[in-house]
Design a protein around this ligand. Structure first.
Ligand SMILES: [Zn+2]
Length: 262
């Protein structure tokens, strides 16, 4: 009689794809997965840097925002945000055009990202501009950007916002049926990301809900019961059971309601 482990191995082997000669197809699969993904986009390797690109072959603006935010957070605010750099890279660059900037954003400006007209970091009108200096917002309009910033300012204290760390908030239509989503920083994603459908920017609840997810993971000053147990500190999912996910969602909904009352 087969023991449990052997039976399981045999079952897996039966399910594994084989070529015409009956050999396992593993190798071919591995070759296909060799390219890296950055923030769920395929990436091109240029001068040792993995640079993401979208279906138009351009570096996605939100990934450049995340990269700038990451470098700001690691090296201190880049002094050149308000200053015109000698070299300006055009809006929506290709990975080749963006490569030198991706490696070191202080070398030059990308139009709309860190040139003097950039509005990724509009924090002047906030109660405490310092509390959001690691939060980049890529919204459709300046009004939307300010709305997002004021909403999170009203729901979290300055300390709580700082404890979230480096996050890039993006308003995008690519969410399917979801109003919002959160993607955590990993070695393949430059910063934590919060995505909001443009139509949900005004409901306030969507951005607070996603920010609560992030805060539950990143804010280490929280009590154990108010922390997410679904991810480890690198943002990797460590709890994938439906029960774990449902518990995290329920706790987030309750906390969001409380914060909306503030
Ligand atoms: Zn949620």
């Amino acid at each position: 009689m087969m023991d449990k482990a052997t039976r399981e191995a045999s079952r897996r082997a039966k399910m594994q794809a084989r070529d015409d000669a009956g050999r396992f197809r593993e190798e071919r699969k591995r070759a296909k997965q060799q390219y890296k993904k950055i923030g769920a986009y395929p990436a091109k390797k240029i001068n040792g840097q993995n640079i993401p690109y979208n279906s138009s072959g351009r570096v996605p603006a939100e990934m450049m925002a995340a990269r700038l935010n990451q470098m700001n957070a690691e090296k201190g605010p880049l002094a050149d945000l308000k200053r015109k750099a000698k070299k300006l890279i055009r809006r929506n660059p290709t990975p080749e055009e963006a490569a030198v900037w991706w490696e070191d954003p202080s070398c030059c400006d990308v139009e709309g990202i860190d040139d003097p007209n950039s509005d990724l970091f509009m924090t002047e009108d906030l109660r405490d501009p310092d509390s959001q200096k690691k939060i980049a917002v890529l919204a459709k309009t300046e009004k939307d950007q300010l709305k997002i910033r004021k909403d999170i300012e009203s729901a979290f204290t300055s300390e709580q916002l700082k404890a979230m760390g480096c996050v890039t908030i993006v308003s995008t239509k690519d969410l399917g049926e979801n109003a919002g989503a959160t993607a955590f920083k990993t070695e393949n994603r430059p910063s934590d990301m919060i995505y909001i459908d443009p139509e949900c920017v005004n409901d306030k609840e969507t951005v607070i809900h996603e920010a609560v997810h992030l805060s539950r993971l990143r804010d280490r000053s929280r009590g154990l019961l108010k922390r997410s147990v679904n991810k480890d500190r690198t943002g990797r999912t460590i709890e994938v059971t439906p029960v774990g996910r449902a518990a995290e969602e329920a706790a987030t909904i309750i906390e969001t309601k409380q914060r909306l009352k503030k």
